[in-house]
Design a binder for this molecule. Structure first.
Ligand code: AMO
Length: 442
């Protein structure tokens, strides 16, 4: 691997990678070769090699090779040569004098994502776009982040589950439901593992987690919406209040961000020019109604008093929290029952409100969590109140007829977390293959 070259002693080496750049000068040729671990400079020329008796000047020069002159950017090559440490070489302090270069797989010369191509062109050619070191880093960040979360769950004895993505009913808003043909009938793509993570509570699993796809027929073109995204879900039993869920949520995020900072912080700083910030605990908590009052006092009125925070409201409350508490996260709590799904538990002291929260990170919602209603009579009444058909929900309601402990959990969009953590403009930048209303390819 290229990153290992700097630690090796001078001598013969064999390296493979993609041609990133060729500088073909009069007496010397340079190639920048990159693999997924780094880049190295290859040199041909400037040293004494077999003199040509016919040409007295050639004794001090290595002939330029047409193989190098004709290398196209993006070609995959294998090189054998002499590794030399040289402090003056900016790229890693080493270079390789080429003895032999083999073009293993040539690339077409026109790189469609060269220069500053727009995001749509880059997504059309995602495999080439992903060769860029920044893009490669995004997915190493994702790996480190998820690994740290998994460690927390495993240490707490949680069980990992995989829930079906083909369903017979909606679990969230019907407006965002993808319907697919299913033999003689129809099915829906899962919007969330909501019902099945609650089923695990009925099944006596206790703590569970899932990292998997979720689908939303959301005809929107914002920087934070996709029609398919990766949902990080968890659910746990025996809770007293949503506070228990929020504490787990904080623990997971702090572990994830700490791992990213420790393992990749320096690289992130180099490539993205940003520092990863690990939040302190506890994260600030503000009831939604109070948050609306705060942004109103600061000059912005959320369009409808009975509605969720809109994106501008989210930005403003985040700015307030940043200023007041120096924090990037804020839990907005106590959502009105009218804007929450039927399965959220209501506040016994004020049944207008639910025992739920949204988590805002740098001004964007990344997660919804709640204590769930586990008492069948209350749950059924809440479903009816929301205009849902208890018959269609029969399989789900049955879970609660056989004794389910108090429980709660949250769902968090992985793509949004990464976008905000790495301060990217859009989830398109941090999604392996983005899916939106206008994009089903590649
Ligand atoms: P909710 O619908 O708020 O809650 O979704 C949870 C989180 O999923 C992410 N998300 C999206 N990301 C990208 N594109 C989308 N179209 C999109 N829609 C949602 C967001 C959001 O905060 N069942 C509940 C969770 C729970 O209570 O456990 C649910 O799905 O980051």
């Amino acid at each position: 691997m290229i990153k290992d070259l700097a630690a090796r002693e001078d001598g013969t080496v064999r390296v493979s990678g993609w041609v990133e750049k060729v500088r073909d000068q009069r007496y010397v040729q340079f190639v920048v070769l990159r693999d997924e671990t780094g880049a190295v400079q290859l040199v041909n020329g400037g040293v004494l090699r077999e003199p040509d008796p016919e040409n007295p000047r050639s004794d001090v020069l290595v002939p330029r090779t047409t193989t190098i002159s004709e290398l196209t950017q993006g070609s995959f090559v294998t090189v054998t040569g002499e590794l030399q440490h040289n402090e003056r070489v900016k790229l890693g302090g080493v270079e390789v004098q080429i003895d032999e270069i083999e073009v293993v797989a040539a690339s077409l010369p026109d790189n469609p994502v060269a220069g500053d191509s727009n995001i749509d062109v880059r997504l059309d050619w995602r495999f080439l776009d992903l060769r860029r070191p920044e893009q490669n880093l995004v997915f190493r960040v994702q790996t480190a982040f998820l690994h740290a979360l998994r460690q927390v769950w495993v240490d707490r004895g949680f069980i990992e589950i995989q829930t079906p993505k083909l369903m017979a009913s909606a679990s969230e808003s019907r407006a965002e439901l993808f319907e697919v043909e299913y033999f003689e009938g129809k099915a829906f793509l899962a919007q969330s593992p909501q019902f099945f993570k609650q089923m695990a509570q009925a099944a006596g699993f206790g703590g569970i987690f899932e990292v998997g796809p979720a689908f939303r027929a959301d005809h929107s073109f914002t920087s934070r919406h996709a029609t398919e995204f990766t949902s990080i879900d968890t659910e746990l039993s025996w809770i007293d209040s949503p506070e228990d869920v929020m504490e787990l949520h904080e623990e997971l995020l702090v572990a994830g961000l700490t791992a990213v900072k420790e393992q990749l912080g320096a690289e992130i700083e180099k490539l993205f020019g940003i520092e990863i910030e690990v939040p302190s605990r506890p994260f600030p908590r503000i009831p939604l109604a109070e948050a609306k009052e705060i942004v109103k006092a600061e000059g912005y009125e959320v369009p409808r008093a009975d509605a969720d925070m809109d994106p501008e409201g989210e930005r403003r409350i985040a700015a307030h929290v940043r200023k007041k508490y120096g924090h990037d996260f804020v839990f907005l709590t106590d959502y009105d029952a009218s804007i929450r799904p039927f399965y959220h538990m209501r506040n016994p002291e004020n049944p207008q409100l639910t025992r739920s929260y949204d988590l805002i990170y740098r001004g964007t919602e990344i997660s919804t969590g709640a204590q769930r209603e586990h008492r069948i009579d209350v749950l059924e009444a809440q479903a009816v109140e929301k205009g849902m058909d208890p018959k269609e929900l029969g399989f789900y309601l049955d879970f609660f007829r056989y004794g389910v402990p108090p429980h709660g959990g949250f769902g968090m969009g992985l793509n949004r977390v990464l976008m905000l953590m790495l301060q990217q403009q859009s989830i398109r930048e941090v999604t392996y293959l983005f899916r939106g209303p206008n994009r089903l390819l590649p």
